[in-house]
Design a protein around this ligand. Structure first.
Ligand SMILES: C[S@@+](CC[C@H](N)C(=O)[O-])C[C@H]1O[C@@H](n2cnc3c(N)ncnc32)[C@H](O)[C@@H]1O
Length: 237
């Protein structure tokens, strides 16, 4: 179980199962926080009107596209994910809300064929927790490989706060309330319970920050709302 939850097939299947309800659950459960964090983590990416090349890794259903386009209105956006279920909805969103102007790739980021030294920005929201340290190291190496020199990256993830009272409340909410909401509204509590299992093992992005730094990327650790989310951002120097 311990190793298995990080296997490609397990994670892919989990998100395929959740895809029919993921977007609604995001709205129901976030109290607006995930929307706020999606905008906040992009603040480390230089705002520009230029036609920069951006890739949204682990794009899901394209939940981050609006925030990316707000900050980088003329960016050429590529979106990558390996889940057919999530991408089915991403493709619909691309067609109906983004004029088919986003390049969607179905690939595993850990075994991708993206070009080297190509992207000005690599961004990713809520995708770190389903990687173990070894996989995080490949993710960091791939981020470095596909970024241009001087290019910037930003990742954000739900985390467990350091304050013990907040940790207890947040753990109760993510581990107990969300699976019940998942069951009440959508009929699948187990998949949503797993998100808490990943979050409690992930803790926060400090380990990711160490791994990204080791790869040679100039990296900063960032904490949001008392540590309820955290991330890494920085630059390929
Ligand atoms: C929690 S969702 C996040 C979706 C979206 N970025 C958001 O902000 O809500 C994580 C996504 O990562 C994808 N994913 C996980 N591991 C992956 C991998 N190795 N390669 C490509 N996609 C992966 C899953 O299919 C899922 O859609």
């Amino acid at each position: 179980m311990e190793d298995n939850i990080y296997s490609r097939d397990y994670v892919k299947n989990l998100f395929n199962q959740m895809s029919s309800s993921y977007e609604q659950m995001n709205y129901i459960t976030s109290f607006g926080f995930s929307i706020r964090w999606r905008n906040q983590f992009l603040e480390s990416i230089r705002k520009t009107d230029e036609a920069v090349e951006v890739i949204d890794l682990l794009t899901g259903m394209g939940e981050d596209w609006q925030a990316i386009k707000k900050r980088l209105p003329n960016s050429k956006l590529t979106a990558l994910d390996f889940s057919d279920g999530m991408l089915k909805y991403a493709k619909q969103k691309c067609k109906h809300r983004f004029g088919n102007a986003i390049t969607i790739l179905q690939q595993d980021i850990l075994e991708n064929n993206l070009p080297s030294n190509y992207f000005d920005n690599v961004v990713c929201a809520f995708g770190l927790k389903t990687f173990n340290t070894e996989q995080l190291s490949i993710l960091a190496q791939e981020t470095k490989r596909i970024l241009k020199t001087g290019g910037r990256f930003a990742f954000v993830e739900v985390s467990t706060p350091e304050n013990s009272i907040l940790k207890l409340l947040y753990g109760f909410y993510l581990g107990r309330i969300i699976p019940i909401l998942g069951w009440m509204f959508l009929g699948n509590p187990e998949e949503y319970r797993m998100l808490w299992v990943y979050t409690s093992k992930f803790v926060n992005a400090r380990n990711a920050a160490a791994v990204f730094t080791k790869t040679g990327l100039k990296t900063n650790f960032v904490s949001y709302f008392y540590g309820c989310a955290s991330g890494v951002c920085g630059e390929k120097v």
